[in-house]
Design a protein around this ligand. Structure first.
Ligand code: FES
Ligand code: FES
Length: 164
């Protein structure tokens, strides 16, 4: 068994831990760090439930080994809210009933947050294409799309307001 020490910053906190070389990042987050908001569904890159943000990009944590993130910076769903205040996207998921069991939700929130930072004004078709990387067994996606659209509208209103 090969064990390595890694240091990684997660949601602004430094973790220094011993990990087996074959440990998946998703398992490291959940089991070693106790950050169980990152969900594990398929464990082979299909369902999107395990999506986190690594150095500014949404990635699937089940496709990365924990040793690969040594020295890097991660945000998980636990790191989205600031000082207990949910992000507008999170609030809109609640308002628009964008979830039922919530299993897929953390991954979708992580992907969408990253996506909207890079593409602030996507079409519905583009939103659907982004969501095609996430499997939700509950909602039929209607509420999820609505929540994302509402967030885009709010963001652009806020931007307009700032420009005035
Ligand atoms: S658990 Fe990683 S994509 Fe499904
Ligand atoms: S809300 Fe249940 S899987 Fe998406």
């Amino acid at each position: 068994m090969s064990v390595h020490e890694i240091e990684v910053t997660i949601n602004g906190t430094k973790y220094r831990e011993q990990v087996e070389s074959r440990m998946l990042l998703s398992d490291f987050l959940r089991e070693t760090c106790g950050l169980t908001g990152t969900h594990v569904g398929c464990e082979h890159g299909v369902c999107g439930a395990c999506t986190i943000n690594l150095n500014g990009s949404a990635v699937r944590s089940c496709l990365i080994f924990a040793v690969q993130v040594d020295g890097q910076s991660i945000t998980t769903v636990e790191g989205l809210a600031k000082d207990g205040e949910l992000t507008p996207l999170q609030k809109n998921f609640i308002k628009c009933h964008g979830l039922q069991c919530g299993f897929c939700t953390p991954g979708i929130l992580m992907s969408t947050t990253d996506y909207l930072q890079k593409n602030p004004n996507p079409t519905v078709q583009e939103i659907k294409e982004m969501l095609s990387g996430h499997l939700c067994r509950c909602t039929g996606y209607g509420g999820i799309i609505e929540a994302i659209q509402k967030t885009i509208e709010e963001n652009s209103k806020e931007l307009e307001h700032e420009r005035r």
